[in-house]
Design a protein around this ligand. Structure first.
Ligand code: 4NP
Length: 152
């Protein structure tokens, strides 16, 4: 059975596109489907931020074909796990959940990493170094998720 994972941030142009691309690059597409979305609709239909595309490319991950979309309540039914990049994203998604089963699918991405800071910071208003930092945080979490998915 295919495990379906959704990565969520605010705009779906900086962090969650990286998370989608990084996790998909580590798993087999026949066993794991990864998508991403934003809790806000500011950038619907747009490709990822140029800085996210550049940092991903540097590490051999192509995210340039992605398009931003907004998180919808149907995502609770369509995905097995929903990873929020920060606590604000987490609260926004939980706020849309209709029952405990839906809420139980949502967790912070960095909760997978024991000794890490718990949020992937929003890099939108900063420089390229922020995107590098975000890439490394997400990459570490995705290594752990990949190992977990092998045991499903
Ligand atoms: P993201 O970053 O949530 O990682 O995609 C942001 C992108 C756009 C905005 C904020 C954060 N914005 O305000 O437009």
């Amino acid at each position: 059975m295919k495990t379906k994972v959704l990565m969520v941030c605010l705009g779906n142009i900086c962090r969650s596109p990286l998370a989608e691309g990084i996790l998909q690059s580590k798993v087999h597409p026949d066993t794991v489907f990864v998508d991403s979305a934003g809790t806000a609709g500011y950038h619907i239909g747009e490709p990822p931020d140029k800085r996210s595309i550049a940092v991903a490319k540097k590490y051999g991950v192509d995210i340039s074909g992605q398009k931003s979309r907004k998180f919808t309540v149907s995502d609770f039914d369509n995905f097995d796990v929903i990873y929020a990049m920060d606590k604000s994203n987490y609260a926004n998604i939980i706020g849309l959940s209709k029952n405990k089963e839906q809420a139980a699918k949502v967790c912070l991405l960095l909760s997978e990493v024991d000794d890490f800071e718990k949020e992937v910071p929003d890099p939108y208003y900063g420089g390229i170094n922020g995107f590098e930092h975000v890439y490394r945080l997400i990459d570490t979490a995705c290594d752990i998720i990949t190992e977990k998915l092998k045991m499903v």
